[in-house]
Design a protein around this ligand. Structure first.
Ligand code: G3H
Ligand code: 13P
Ligand code: ZN
Length: 327
C-alpha cells in the first residue's frame, strides 16, 4: 500500500478549482509506455500545464500495474530533475469496478474514474458512492460518468449515444459525492467519431446540453472523454506510408475551445497521441528500411508528441502557463 502523496503526485481538487476559475481544461493524456510518459512530462513541463496522466485497464494489462506506479513516480522525479514545477495526477481511466478502483488507490493513484455509464442509474450511483467513500478517506479524487458515449470504451461497446440528461446531473452528483463528472454531448472514443464523408460535415457537439448541465452544476468540474481531433496531417502521413485509415474524423479543435469557455474542466486525449506515434514510426521505417534500433523511431515519435502536447495545451485547452496558479 502506498499513498499518492508519498509519490509526489497531486489529486485533481486544486487543479479543477483553478481550471473553473480561469476557464481552461486540464489535459487528460493516456499512457501505455515510457515514451508517452516522457513526452507528457516534457510537453506539460515546458508549457507549465497541470496534467492528469491516465491509465486505462488496457494499459494496466499491457504495462503491469506495479510498473505503472513506478512510471508515475518516475515522471514526478524526472519533472523535478528537469526543473519543472507543475502538478501531476495519476488517474485510472474508465475503471469498471470498485475492486479495480481500490487496487489503483492502494497502489498510489491520486485519482480514479468509476465508469458506470453502462449500468442502470441506481447501480451507477451505488458503486460510484462506494468508490467515493474509499477514495475520499485517502484524499483521492473520483470522476464519474453519466450518459453513454458512442464508440468503443474498454467494457462498453455502444453504437449509439445516450446524451447525458441534464435533469439527472444534480441528483447524481449530490448523491454520489463525486469530484468531477464526465458527460456525453456527442464526443466518442477512437479515430472514427463521425459517419461523414468530409470534415465540413462534422456536426456540432450538443452545447445546448452542456449549457443545461452547467446551469444545474455551477462551478462543478465537467469532463469530456473522446476529445481527440484526429488531426488530418497525421492521418495523411499514416496513409502515405502504408496505413489505411479511411474517413477518420475527430472533434474540431475550435469546438473544444468553445467547450472550455462553457466550463469544461478536463479534456481527454488518447487517439491523437497514438496517431502521432504511428505516423512518425511509419514514416521513419518506410524511409529507412535498414533501421532496426527502436530508439531511432521511438525517439522522433516522442519529439513529435511533445510538440503536439505543447500545442494542445497552449492553443486548445488553455492549460499552458496555468501551473503557477495551482502549485
Ligand atoms: O477511453 C479509452 C482510452 O483511449 C483507452 O483506450 O482501452 O485502448 O487503452 P484503451
Ligand atoms: P480519444 O479516443 O478521443 O482520444 O478519447 C480518449 C479518452 O476519452 C480516454 O478516456
Ligand atoms: Zn474515455
Amino acid at each position: 500500500m502506498v499513498s499518492f502523496k508519498e509519490l509526489g503526485l497531486s489529486n485533481t481538487k486544486r487543479m479543477f478549482e483553478i481550471a473553473l476559475e480561469r476557464k481552461f481544461a486540464v489535459p487528460g493524456y493516456n499512457i501505455n509506455n515510457l515514451e508517452q510518459l516522457q513526452a507528457i512530462i516534457i510537453g506539460c513541463g515546458e508549457s507549465e500545464s497541470p496534467v492528469i496522466i491516465q491509465i486505462s485497464q488496457g494499459a494496466r494489462n499491457y504495462a503491469n500495474q506495479t510498473m505503472l506506479r513506478y512510471l508515475g513516480q518516475g515522471g514526478v522525479e524526472m519533472a523535478k530533475e528537469l526543473g519543472f514545477n507543475f502538478p501531476i495526477a495519476l488517474h485510472l481511466d474508465h475503471g469498471n469496478s470498485f475492486e479495480l478502483a481500490k487496487s489503483c488507490i492502494d497502489n498510489g493513484f491520486s485519482s480514479v474514474m468509476f465508469d458506470g455509464s453502462h449500468l442502470s442509474y441506481e447501480e451507477n450511483i451505488k458503486i460510484t458512492q462506494q468508490v467515493v467513500e474509499y477514495a475520499h478517506e485517502r484524499d483521492v479524487s473520483v470522476e464519474a460518468e453519466l450518459g453513454v458515449l458512442a464508440g468503443i470504451e474498454e467494457h462498453v461497446k455502444s453504437d449509439v449515444h445516450h446524451f447525458t440528461d441534464p435533469e439527472q446531473v444534480e441528483d447524481f452528483v449530490t448523491r454520489t459525492g463525486c469530484d468531477s463528472l464526465a458527460i456525453a454531448i456527442g464526443t466518442s472514443h477512437g479515430a472514427y467519431k463521425f459517419k461523414v464523408e468530409k470534415e465540413e460535415d462534422i456536426p456540432e457537439l450538443r452545447f445546448d446540453i452542456l449549457k443545461e448541465v452547467r446551469k444545474r452544476l455551477d462551478k462543478f468540474p465537467i469532463v469530456l472523454h473522446g476529445s481527440s481531433s484526429v488531426l488530418s496531417h497525421y492521418v495523411q502521413m499514416i496513409n502515405q506510408f502504408g496505413g489505411a485509415l479511411e474517413k477518420a474524423f475527430g472533434i474540431p479543435e475550435e469546438q473544444l475551445r468553445k467547450a472550455t469557455q462553457y466550463g469544461v474542466s478536463k479534456i481527454n486525449i488518447d487517439t491523437d497521441g497514438r496517431l502521432v506515434v504511428t505516423a512518425i514510426v511509419r514514416k521513419i521505417l518506410a524511409e529507412n528500411p535498414r533501421e532496426f534500433d527502436p530508439r531511432k523511431y521511438l525517439g522522433p515519435a516522442r519529439e513529435e508528441l511533445i510538440l503536439m502536447i505543447k500545442r494542445k495545451n497552449k492553443e486548445v485547452l488553455g492549460s499552458a502557463g496555468q501551473a503557477k496558479y495551482i502549485v
